[in-house]
Design a protein around this ligand. Structure first.
Ligand SMILES: Cc1ncc(COP(=O)(O)O)c(C=O)c1O
Length: 447
């Protein structure tokens, strides 16, 4: 059996900076999914810069990146037209006492991209946009309960959603009872939710697709159930937006929700998200009605110019280039490559790609065929050592042939080790603790 290798000496500075990050930032990162606990021990690079599909860490190691800022970067790091637009905007001032011409331009352009949308509120993250959608739905219906899709792992850091996870510290217990779950691609499951809570469901929120695509007529049946029961239909397109299609999966599947939210992918990694939808709902947050007012997404930075300029330049790039086609092509190439390599190393029952090609993930299973954090850690570890940072296999428009080749060569090496670990036990191949689930009640290990 191979002996556990010592800590990688190439990452000494990252290790030191990770320790400092954990001292000064709770969780050591501003998104739990980026935390050092999500990466193999001593192989959690702290990054300095990126270009296209590559990033460099503080020890000057270069990686091909397949996470792309939690899927926010769709065009590539430092994509020139976006950078130029942002630089111009920054030079001319970014936040004024009154709305700006750019704000109007961005709002009209974005509403023009989303079918069925009459109005938009920009904000800075998907969580806030989703919470705004929930608030509108509650105000419009006079109901409190939210029905959300159980298989979709994240909608918001806000209480209405996080109360449904294992990490419910700091949230009043009453929040939990306001949220009910239904199963994806299962019309009857949603029908049961409506039957169990008659005239109580304010809205139904789901991603139109995630790892699973909608079965024929599924999204249409969800829309029909919402109409019949007087609930607002919200599509969370924070991930599917600008990856499945432009603006998102709703155009791909031809189903228009009442409200939709966009975040990642809207502005190539710059901070911009949006709540869009039908006028009669959105206007509740406006000035042209006599109903009770809704305090909808009122934020200091909501329309600052750097985010809006990045958004406009990103949408232009999508109109000028076949971005989503290229994302899908790269994803399909990766799927084919991983499948072939898994076969070569006789691990096809253990390592496989899943999901839409523009948002590809992989599964890692142990010798019994059960999903395994230990084997995920091993796979990540072997990839990082080979210069590939791949918590997922999420492509950008800037991923090139050389990056794909390098990644597949790294996967080839990693799967060789995986095969050995299946035979001899994973512990002897791991450099430390396994990666930790984000949704856990207690910290079992230090980062
Ligand atoms: C589907 C979905 N919706 C909403 C969010 C929240 O976005 P943000 O992190 O910008 O608040 C995420 C983040 O991962 C997401 O995956």
């Amino acid at each position: 059996m191979r002996l556990v290798e010592p800590d990688s000496p190439r990452m000494a500075r990252s290790a030191a900076l990770n320790a400092r990050l954990c001292d000064v930032v709770p969780g050591g990162a501003h998104t739990y999914a980026k935390g050092a606990d999500q990466f193999p021990m001593n192989l959690a690079p702290v990054l300095r810069r990126g270009a296209g599909c590559r990033v460099w860490d503080v020890d000057d190691n270069e990686y091909v990146e397949w996470g792309m800022g939690l899927r926010a970067v769709t065009l590539g790091h430092g994509f020139e037209p976006v950078v130029e637009a942002v630089a111009r905007a920054a030079a001319e001032g970014t936040n004024f006492t009154r709305p700006s011409e750019l704000e109007l331009e961005a709002a009209e352009a974005f509403v023009g991209l989303v079918p069925g949308a009459d109005m938009v509120k920009f904000t800075k993250d998907g969580s806030t946009a989703n919470t705004g959608a929930i608030k509108l739905a509650r105000a419009a219906t006079g109901r409190d309960r939210v029905a959300l899709c159980r298989e979709h792992p994240f909608f918001s850091y806000d209480d209405w959603f996080i109360s449904t996870t294992a990490v419910s510290g700091g949230i009043p217990a009453s929040c939990k009872t306001e949220t009910v779950g239904f199963a994806y691609n299962d019309r009857d499951s949603l029908e049961r939710v409506f039957a169990l809570h008659p005239e109580q469901i304010a809205c139904v929120i789901l991603e139109p697709a995630r790892l699973e695509e909608p079965e024929p007529n599924y999204l249409e049946s969800v829309a029909a159930l919402c109409r019949r029961h007087g609930a607002v239909l919200i599509f969370d397109e924070c991930v599917t937006g600008f990856r499945w299609d432009v603006p998102g999966a709703q155009t791909r599947f031809g189903v228009t929700p009442d409200l939709s939210t966009f975040g990642k992918g809207m502005a190539n990694g710059f901070a911009l998200s949006a709540l869009v939808g039908r006028r009669e709902l959105m206007e509740l947050g406006g000035l042209k009605h006599q109903r009770e007012r809704v305090f909808l997404l009122s934020t200091t930075h909501g329309a600052e110019h750097v985010g809006l300029a990045a958004g406009l330049a990103t949408w232009t790039a999508y109109l000028e280039h076949a971005v989503t086609d290229k994302l899908a092509t790269i994803g399909e190439a990766m799927r084919a490559g991983v499948t072939e390599l898994a076969r070569k190393h006789a691990v096809e029952a253990y390592v496989a790609t899943v999901g839409h090609p523009a948002c590809l993930f992989y599964t890692t299973r142990d010798a019994d065929g059960a999903p395994s954090q230990e084997f995920r850690t091993l796979f990540l570890q072997e990839l990082i050592k080979r210069g590939v940072l791949a918590p997922s296999l999420v492509a950008s428009y800037s991923h090139d042939y050389a990056a794909i080749e390098k990644t597949l060569a790294a996967i080839d090496g990693a799967l060789g080790v995986y095969n050995q670990a299946l035979e001899h036990g994973v512990d002897g191949y791991l450099n430390g603790r396994a990666v930790q689930p984000v949704y856990r009640r207690y910290n079992k290990h230090a980062a």
